[in-house]
Design a protein around this ligand. Structure first.
Ligand SMILES: [Mn+2]
Length: 720
């Protein structure tokens, strides 16, 4: 009776049919054979699939899929995402900020976020068991690619448990020697104290001083990281289960079933994304729609695909690889009824597939009518004269091992998916920032997002759930604590620790973090002190690198920021590295000599500042050197460059202040207005034509006020 109800308005044809062969007659083994051939009264083919295996697979899959998509599944995904956030104590963002549609979840649970989190907690226990099972699958190459719905969580659980993403120890942008050396030293300290997986990194280019230090101790330059903003490529799944546009439904269903997915990308041989096919799209194809009978019989495929799907025996085939629109019909009625079918629509025959048992009259009549293919069901034999007639008329004949109803189901599952795939997909580039992705996804309910390159090739996929994972990048900041100085995107990832010696300019953090900040001359000093306090000695190369950081930042302890601890640490490291600080300092600062390494104009332009005093403009450049040897050897070229700059810029005069880090004295080269040059009261080395600025190291505080006074005296009326 339930069958009758399902068949609904088909009362009339059922009666007609009952007069013929009889509804549900055992002849070909199933209610499905009750379908009437011909006219509007046809039953949808496959309404009553018989074989339990196929029935369960398709029917069950479709049913579950529909439910998933429209209710429980979406919420489940949110719940699982919430779970990931709630159970992970390293979560970076407030739950409600990220869970799209949290209100929907609340309504469903009848509670607030607390209820959600509690539910998520309960879910976790269940999931952990599943995860155990899935891990086994993973080792056998199954469940490897889980990117939608429920199947996503076990995979993520695994990922977090076996996380191998390193923690980057990174200095400030445009790193100086201390930023690089402290990063190397602190990563080594973590390793030495039993916490591997810390990788030194840099956010900018090296320079001559850094190269000199690392070269001397044979330590490689840290990895360059220019931006840590979380992007699509950080969360996407790269190995994607996919189907070809010319794949058939059966293949797609098989993959969906085996991998427990909801959506499959449809990708051409060239890697281009054509669209997606989901369990819902396939459901559309298979769920009976009595009002659209024609559609329910329709299948776009090739004879060869049908043979493959059925596992059919080939008797005679014509043009098996042609893809065409076909209509499946089960011929179960009396020969007189069958005849009417041609009269009504003779052109239909050419696109008809007739499924029939060992009914000689129907077989013959079908071939005479010129149907596309005759499918003999139930593995039954076929008469030789029927085969001969089929050859003569160019009609294909195959023998299906299944009963008629199952055969018609399977034929429909041989339909090519390019006729039912969804072409409008939500695509993202691999470099899109996750913040923008979240905004784009806010108005969408797609099950999976596609990641494509500029040519439209599929690179990966991700789901909403993937967006809820905590950011994978984790940082330890050294030699800075202000985000403005940090690698771009640092505010969007997890900062685990800060080791620094600068003023505090960091924003509040969401969790307590290790923060070491001391008013000493270099961060390398703090790192060395950590080693010493832990009762550990760094490796000689690391000790040498830390010495380099201290020397560079404190001008070999002569700078005004050098503290007692810097002295202690440099001395301690000297012994470990077996390297005298003086010799290392000489190498570092000589390597850092702008005068030695750059063109004369570059020396002037390296740290070039112009000043305006009334109608006059002048310039003062400054370079730091270790001794004045390099200056003496290039003085004439520098003079010429100063003069060229003065003319090009239309300046009253142009000066270069060369400061010796060792002696804390400077020399001044100056070209321009004679009156100014003559009024300078500092000692003039006539032979070299330079002025000696003994005890002067600060351009801003010492030299500029003096020069400004001279300019005012030159033209008191012109300067206010
Ligand atoms: Mn520093």
């Amino acid at each position: 009776m339930a069958v009758l109800e399902a068949l609904g308005g088909g009362v009339e044809p059922i009666e007609e049919l009952a007069g013929g062969e009889g509804f549900g007659a055992a002849g070909e083994g199933g209610a499905g054979d009750g379908a009437v051939l011909g006219g509007d009264a046809d039953l949808p083919v496959g309404a009553e699939a018989q074989e339990p295996g196929f029935d369960e697979r398709v029917g069950g899959g479709v049913g579950g899929g529909v439910e998933d998509g429209e209710g429980a599944g979406g919420v489940m995904e949110l719940l699982l995402g919430a779970l990931a956030a709630a159970v992970d104590d390293q979560v970076q963002f407030p739950l409600f900020e990220v869970v799209d549609g949290a209100q929907q979840v609340e309504q469903l649970l009848g509670g607030g976020i607390d209820a959600l989190v509690e539910a998520a907690g309960q879910l976790r226990d269940a999931v952990e068991q599943v995860a155990g099972v899935d891990e086994q699958h993973a080792f056998h190459g199954e469940k490897k690619i889980d990117f939608t719905g429920n199947s996503c969580l076990p995979a993520r659980t695994m990922q977090r448990e076996t996380a191998t993403d390193p923690v980057y120890v990174i200095g400030h942008r445009n790193p100086d020697a201390d930023a690089i050396c402290a990063a190397i030293g602190y990563a080594a300290y973590k390793q030495a104290t039993g916490r591997p997986g810390h990788v030194p990194a840099r956010c900018g280019n090296s320079n001559a001083r850094i190269d000199a230090i690392l070269g001397r101790f044979g330590v490689p330059l840290p990895e360059f990281i220019g931006d840590v903003t979380p992007r699509v490529r950080d969360i996407m799944v790269r190995e994607v289960v996919q189907v070809r546009p010319d794949s058939i439904c059966a293949e797609a269903l098989e993959l969906i079933d085996r991998h427990d997915l909801r959506v499959l990308p449809v990708v051409g041989e060239d890697g281009l994304l054509h669209g997606t096919i989901s369990i819902f799209d396939l459901g559309e194809h298979f769920i009976p729609k009595p009002r659209e009978e024609r559609r329910m019989r329709q299948v776009f495929t090739s004879v060869r695909a049908i043979i493959g799907a059925l596992g059919a025996e080939v008797v005679h085939v014509v043009d098996p690889d042609r893809s065409e629109e076909l209509f499946v019909r089960i011929a179960a009625m009396d020969i007189r009824s069958f005849g009417r079918f041609y009269k009504d629509d003779p052109t239909l025959a050419r696109s008809s597939i007739i499924v029939v048992g060992d009914r000689y009259d129907i077989q013959q009549r079908s071939i005479q009518a010129g149907v596309r293919m005759l499918v003999i069901s139930g593995g039954l034999p076929v008469e030789q004269d029927v085969v001969a007639l089929a050859r003569e008329r160019g009609v294909s004949i195959i023998i299906s091992p299944h009963d008629s109803a199952t055969t018609s189901w399977i034929i429909r599952s041989a339909g090519r998916i390019d006729r039912m795939l969804r072409r409008e997909t939500l695509n993202f580039g691999p470099d899109e920032k996750l913040g923008a992705v979240r905004r784009r996804l806010a108005d969408s309910n797609v099950a999976a997002c596609m990641v494509v390159d500029e040519a439209g090739k599929l690179l990966g996929v991700f789901t909403r759930t993937d967006l809820l994972k905590p950011p994978r990048t984790r940082l330890i900041l050294v030699d800075h604590n202000e985000l403005a100085q940090a690698v771009p995107g640092a505010d969007l990832v997890e900062i685990l620790e800060i080791v620094d010696h600068h003023r505090l300019g960091n924003p509040p953090t969401r969790q307590p973090i290790a923060f070491i900040n001391l008013p000493v001359g270099s961060t390398s000093t703090i790192v060395a002190d950590l080693f010493r306090k832990a009762g550990l000695a760094p490796a000689p190369a690391v000790a040498g690198v830390l010495m380099g950081g201290i020397i560079a930042d404190t001008l070999n302890l002569r700078g005004p920021t050098a503290a007692e601890l810097d002295h202690q640490m440099l001395g301690w490291l000297e012994g470990i590295a077996a390297t005298p600080a003086g010799a290392l300092a000489e190498q570092i600062f000589n390597a850092g000599s702008v005068i030695k390494g750059e063109s004369a104009e570059s020396v002037i332009r390296a740290d070039f500042k112009t000043y305006t005093e009334g109608p006059f403009r002048f310039s003062v450049s400054q370079v730091e050197e270790l001794g004045f040897d390099n200056l003496w050897s290039r003085r004439e070229a520098l003079d010429a460059a100063l003069e060229a700059v003065r003319k090009a810029e239309g300046l009253l005069f142009s000066a270069l202040m060369v400061t010796d880090i060792n002696s804390q004295n400077s020399l001044l080269l100056i070209r321009g207005d004679e009156a100014i040059l003559n009024s300078i009261s500092y000692p003039h080395q006539a032979a070299q034509d330079v002025f000696e600025l003994n005890g002067i190291v600060s351009r801003k505080k010492q030299l500029i006020p003096y020069l400004t006074t001279l300019v005012r005296q030159l033209a008191p009326d012109a300067v206010p």
